[in-house]
Design a protein around this ligand. Sequence first.
Ligand SMILES: [Zn+2]
Length: 470
Amino acid sequence: MKIYNSLTKRVEDFKPNDGNKVSMYTCGPTVYHFAHIGNLRSYLMEDVLEKLLRYSGYDVKRVMNITDVGHLSSDADTGEDKMLKGAKREHKTVMEIAKFYTDAFFADCAKLNIKTPDVVEPATNCIDEFINMIKVLLEKGYAYVSGENVYFDTSKLDTYYVFGNQNEDELMVGVRDDVSEDTNKRNRNDFVLWFTKSKFEDQALKWDSPWGVGYPGWHIECSCISMKHLGEYMDIHCGGVDNMFPHHTNEIAQSESFTGHKWCNYWFHVHHLNDETGKMSKSKGEFLTVSLLESKGYDPLAYRLFALQSHYRKPLTFSYDALDQVASAYKKLKNKINNIPDDGSVDENVVKEWHDKFAETVGNDVNTAMGITLLYDVLKDGMNGSTKKAVIKDFDYVLGLNLIDENAEASNENADVDPELAAFVEDMIAKRKEAKKAKDFALADSIRDELLSKGVVIEDTREGVKWHLA
Ligand SMILES: [Zn+2]
């Protein structure tokens, strides 16, 4: 497998530290609000990377934090506390906000077929680990106490800008957004490890520490949580491209100062999703969430396909027109797949050949767009129907598009039906199945009647629901 490494700015052969085992870390959400689909693009592409590693035979352990304390509205430790802001907005406690938006985040992920990492750890679970790392950094001379806060001293490092590409705008991050520079800092890029004094007198969550009652800075979380579960050496660290500076830069500074050796070999960064006005945000323009897309009638997996069709290292622009096109292509694709007849027996050699081809193609720096192209190549290929379905199911482990739909398997006899109608029928059959599961038989019957009024007859059989035109 090859991946682009932000540290070296090259596409490199991927080699884990420990044979077949891969340790992988993802910066999790700050749970003060819903995630927008731009945030979710990162998690979606990281999900593809994880599944691709597993598909290629690696044994992956993936860890993600949940930021429920310490993240201020500027990533450079200035501005308002994000959790407190969420709590005030909704007249709830910080922990209520954290619980609600953590659940909401995983619900969105589930809709997008994003697997939950093996370990998910909220920052508030790890206060002892933070304090321990900060103590060591102070002992080693990489940190100092000033104005009753503890800071990391970036002047002690040979190289602070490890990603090397900070432009003027990024370097100005500390003075952006009308926030004033923290005068306790010795150097402009120094960052907070532990707050005891800040302008947030009403900070909800506070803990005892050797430096007084307070709370951790944001960056220390990821260093401690990853080491807690993955040890001092890590293979891949993931995040959005906006995490590169200052967050990941600071993570590396404190982790490597703490351990005295290189921490993580590969850095995987997913680029922005923009809307037509520019970078997507929670505060300006339409707040694009998965629920909003659903309320407009989109299948969340159409958004997944939309993301997969472009490369993760290129900015992607969202528009409803573009999503409409993908949603329609997605329906047609699923319909086509589910009209493949189950003829012949599965040729395992053919499945293996395509598996290897897919692993190599998509494994070339997570080239998901080429993966979709391969999928269409399979559809055109002359292999028998059963083998074709087996290959598609195999690809779908990584693509995560629910391409083989149990509900639609009965529609084989309807190969000539207009794909739009067939997709509609399958959608309705799925809804009816849900209604029956929920024991809402009135709704189930009304769905059957509605289909009948459109000339579609459905039958419940032992093999599932079958349908045909009247
Ligand atoms: Zn992080």
